[in-house]
Design a protein around this ligand. Structure first.
Ligand code: FAD
Length: 125
């Protein structure tokens, strides 16, 4: 679950250590860990308030400071998905439709960009 919020307790105590990506871990239980993005720095936000995105927090986030909760899942690549992936290009230009997205690759940013470039190459104009 992703929490978009303004609770700066999710960030390092030392303000000088604040980065775009900030990991935190319970030193007594390493399985308890989460990551907080400092969106102002990461996305160059033009606002005075600090806005954070914490993934799967293992600590409490002040309810009053939560702006939004979003449920995400990363794509799962089972054998069926991998088999279908190699056939995806056959969908292009059927019924004047073109497709692109990170699901053409491993599900990361680069895969989305790569697939849009490939899609443009198959544009029937
Ligand atoms: C919290 C988080 C952190 C991430 N960090 C990284 C990272 O550090 N590095 C990295 O490489 N990748 C990262 N990713 C993955 C990256 O965000 C995705 O790879 C990328 O956004 C996928 O782009 P996309 O255009 O394929 O799909 P999306 O960005 O999911 O775009 C799909 C769009 O289609 C819209 N849509 C869906 N259904 C419909 C419909 N029926 N009609 C109309 N519109 C519809 C959606 O609203 C959405 O806007 C992260 C993802 C998350 C959630």
């Amino acid at each position: 679950m992703a929490y978009i919020h303004t609770d700066q307790r999710a960030m390092p105590n030392n303000r000088k250590a604040w980065s775009s990506w900030n990991s935190s871990m319970d030193s007594k239980n390493l399985e308890k860990n989460s990551i907080t993005y400092w969106l102002n720095l990461l996305q160059n936000l033009r606002c005075d308030e600090n806005i954070f995105l914490t993934l799967n927090p293992y600590f409490d986030i002040d309810e009053k400071k939560i702006l939004k909760k979003v449920k995400f899942t990363h794509p799962y690549y089972d054998q069926k998905a991998l088999d279908a992936q190699s056939e995806l290009n056959k969908l292009q230009n059927q019924k004047d439709l073109l497709f692109c997205g990170s699901y053409f690759g491993y599900g990361f940013h680069e895969d989305g960009i790569k697939s849009s470039i490939e899609m443009l190459k198959s544009l029937n104009d």
